[in-house]
Write a protein that binds this ligand. Sequence first.
Ligand code: NAI
Ligand code: NA
Length: 403
Amino acid sequence: MIIEPVIKGVVARSCHPYGCQQAVRKQIDYVQQAKPIEHGAKRVLVLGASSGFGLASRIAHTFGGAEADTIGVSFERGPSEKGVGSAGWYNNIFFRQEAEKAGRIATNIVGDAFSQPVRQQVIEAINKDLGGQVDLVVYSLATGVRPNPETGEMWHSVIKTTGQPVVGPTLNLETDSLAEMTVEKATEQEIADTVKVMGGEDWADWIQCLSEAGVLAQGCRTVAYSYIGPEVTYPIYHHGTLGRAKEHMHTTADTLNTQLAAIGGQAHVAVCKALVTKASVFIPAFTPYMLALFKVMKQKGTHEGCIEQMQRLFNGRFYTLINHPQDVPTDEQRLIRMDDWELDPEVQQQVSEIMARMSAENFTELGDYAGYKQDFMALNGFGLAGVDYQQDISLDSLIVLQP
Ligand code: NAI
Ligand code: NA
């Protein structure tokens, strides 16, 4: 079969396995020529390792100077009669192949990270593959659902405001159009459920569980990723349901930091830049901001993707020679601000000017729509240089690839 892109709304229904391989290789190439990570963790667990910031964290640690062995947990779909499977499935496979070629261990665990069996599998893998301990736990899950362990029912996260409804243009990647859409006000229940799914509770449960199993090394650290953004986006993000979940995550970091101090460890949240990932394309009314932001940051030469953000986090901010908490630069809320270039006042000034003029008619010219769409296609392995997209690929040849 020839694998073609299929997009429904903002969801990609196909992916190109060898395009995903190429995308992983490109990230590896980037970190290999970037400023290396010094004093980095050698044994790393990444929860949410198959795409976005989690995959970039894993690549940075293995190939960007730390030479880490890793275990990656993700929820992905393999090939079947129904289709080729998900991009993250292939990212896992090709990352492992490259890591093994470089003499590193890379174990992939595919399953529901919220579940008890997957926690057990991870502990077994740490014992079997990483010599019994990890030095860093990266928490980079992004999902819309989490099972309630007591009832088996699902908590669903929603992307809504907590104040007035907001009307804003929302992108459709299938039709390349912007359409007006209303972001409604969430109920108290919806806010609470979103905090359950995207807040810090599961992160804390993981650290507790790993601690009880005795697999956290002396000095073990943990990091999770957050977004705040500029004031123009507060109604839909920072002051919306997702922002509430992130606030919970920030508080959780402080609790975990106190707990980990007992073994000389630390917990941080890194606040990142707005980027195109499988998760972020769902945020309604957010795209005009991103289109303007990409345009301005590219013009200024400060634009970064996931891999640039993560390499800069780990080679510049996160690790210090002696593991001293006071040496990690943070703001007064103890957050590591990787969104510093995004929030640069000059950048934000220009972004506001563009957004004020942006409409459904001119967004492809005023904003960086081409760049946004290219990033979205690349997430699914399409549009990458050096890939033969006319290649006839058999399902059997994909089925034999194991995570
Ligand atoms: P992503 O969608 O690229 O990655 C999510 C990962 O979680 C994937 O590896 C997926 O397989 C895994 N996952 C989802 N549900 C799972 C489950 N039940 N069990 C096991 N694995 C599961 O998302 P992205 O954007 O990298 O998000 C990671 C974190 O970064 C999130 O906390 C997000 O809020 C944050 N962030 C994202 C920004 C953006 O612009 N994309 C900006 C700043 C922060
Ligand atoms: Na991720």
